[in-house]
Design a protein around this ligand. Structure first.
Ligand SMILES: [Zn+2]
Ligand SMILES: [Zn+2]
Length: 370
């Protein structure tokens, strides 16, 4: 006799398999006035270029790491697995998309345009057709093996223009990567030209386990968007061990709503900040309201006979803050609180947040006022 398993039972079984064995570590950053604070990583790789994981693993990892949105940005021009895995520039997105729906992760289509410096490596995200970023020179390179015609070929404008034509947001990756900047980080005329033409709109201030203070200053000078991405090629757990960190680099995006369109609007408007190790890095106009939202100073809950006021200061974020002034250093650990005392006539304390960078060499001033 045949036993039929009802369809709903299969659905329940598969749902439980996911919900019981997968834990998400939430990243806490409060919203700021008028905007949701979204946690994003706009630079990741899969086996469809030089990454080590299948695209659905990228989605699982991002979900477990507490992210809202990712982009899979495989190299167009670097295909080291092509003898085993066919070159398909759209595959990463297509394979990962159904699982992104299941996990409520926003998956943004992207690719990494890969050239020697300048311009180096650039990501195009919010594009619609990755295939079209592959140029004739690249195809010739694969067919003939003639190196350095391609990677050196001055055809970098074609994919950059194409990505922009598709409505993409193009940013410069790892500008200080030692392989491409052996004499130190610098912006070339090529980049200035791309910025002037409106074809390059952001730069990675953080990539993997590096941050580039100079790039933050460029963001301010050239009105570029601050990007902070993992460029992860491995499973995330391996990455974290290699980078000796507890979280991935995150681009905090201040978006009007939790949608792909709103993220794009925010990136075009430059409303981002970087969360890297225990640092928050970005333009003061966005970092200042973020830090104000992260550190909540309560009203005094007790006043002693001599007038000393006892105040609970809460860190509502996952980021550790180090606040310093002449009198004290305050370590405000992520998701923790501290008890401060204020003198009889004291209602505020001024600090400098040593872990918050608003230029390459300037930290944010913070006032704890109840
Ligand atoms: Zn790269
Ligand atoms: Zn990359």
């Amino acid at each position: 006799m045949k036993t039929r398993i009802p369809l709903f039972a299969l659905i329940v079984i598969s749902f439980q398999a996911f919900s019981q064995h997968t834990l998400r570590k939430e990243i806490n950053f409060p919203d700021i006035e008028g905007y949701h604070t979204l946690k994003c990583d706009f630079h990741t790789h899969t086996v469809f270029s030089d990454g080590k994981v299948w695209p659905t693993v990228r989605v699982d990892d991002a979900w477990r790491m507490g992210l809202d949105a990712i982009s899979i940005t495989d190299h167009i021009e670097y295909q080291p697995h092509k003898d085993y895995i066919p070159t398909n520039h759209d595959a990463g997105y297509e394979i990962a998309l159904p699982h992104s729906h299941e996990t409520n992760l926003i998956l943004i289509k992207g690719s990494e345009i890969t050239r020697h410096m300048p311009p180096g490596h650039l990501n195009g995200i919010f594009i619609t057709d990755s295939k079209k970023l592959e140029t004739e020179a690249v195809r010739k390179y694969w067919e003939t093996g003639e190196t350095d015609t391609v990677r050196d070929a001055l055809d970098y404008m074609k994919p950059i223009e194409e990505a922009n034509r598709q409505g993409g947001f193009v940013f410069w990756n790892h500008p200080g990567w030692a392989s491409q900047a052996p004499n130190g980080i610098k912006m070339y005329d090529v980049h200035k030209d791309l910025i002037k033409k409106g074809l390059l709109k952001g730069v990675e201030v953080v990539n993997w386990d590096y941050w580039y203070p100079e790039a933050l200053d460029w963001c301010i000078e050239y009105n570029l968007t601050v990007m902070s991405n993992s460029d992860v090629h491995e499973p995330s757990g391996t990455f974290l061990e290699m980078a000796d960190n507890t979280h991935m680099p995150v681009t905090l995006v201040f978006a009007k709503e939790r949608t792909e369109a709103a993220i794009k609007e925010a990136l075009l408007a430059g409303r981002t900040a970087a969360w890297f190790e225990d640092k928050i890095i970005g333009k003061e106009e966005f970092v200042d309201p973020l830090v104000k939202a992260c550190i909540k100073v309560n009203k005094p809950h007790y006043v002693s006979e001599n007038g000393t006021k006892y105040v609970l200061v809460e860190n509502l974020s996952s980021c550790d803050f180090t606040l310093v002034n002449d009198q004290q250093t305050l370590h405000l650990k992520g998701d923790n609180s501290v008890l401060l005392t204020y003198g009889k006539d004291e209602s505020e304390k001024k600090f400098t947040a040593k872990n918050v960078f608003i230029t390459s060499d300037k930290n944010l001033d913070v006032v704890l006022r109840y």
